[in-house]
Design a protein around this ligand. Sequence first.
Ligand code: HEC
Length: 109
Amino acid sequence: MTGFVNILLVALLAVLTLSGCSAPFKPGGKSKGEEIFEAKRCISCHTVNNNAGRAGLIDLSKEGDKRPAGYLDKWLADPKSVDKKAKMPKPSLSDEERSALVDFLVSLR
Ligand code: HEC
């Protein structure tokens, strides 16, 4: 029984440590998702700033209002799996990057 309690405590500590490391906000003020959004060139086709960017960019400023997280996750895994006619190229993202991006997109409203 004590062995089991110990395992539980270790697991709890691990979860707390890991969640501390993946805190969504960095000192720079940008969330991890927003940094990935810029680093992965999403910004070459999209704006998240109420179209304050260049004309012709697809506006995602209210995306969190329009789409639930599950939808966005599927979309980023493969746009064509959601819409056969999707023109957006399938982005190359790790699971971690995709989930940070989903958190960021959901926050846009
Ligand atoms: C080469 C241009 C291009 C790039 C790069 C691109 N997108 Fe898109 N994206 C599109 C287009 C075009 C659409 C509109 C739907 C369609 O026809 O595919 C779209 C739609 C979306 C949508 C809306 C989906 C919906 O149905 O509401 C999201 C969210 C999105 N993109 C996120 C991203 C993210 C995050 C990245 C970076 C990893 C990215 N896009 C990179 C072209 C692009």
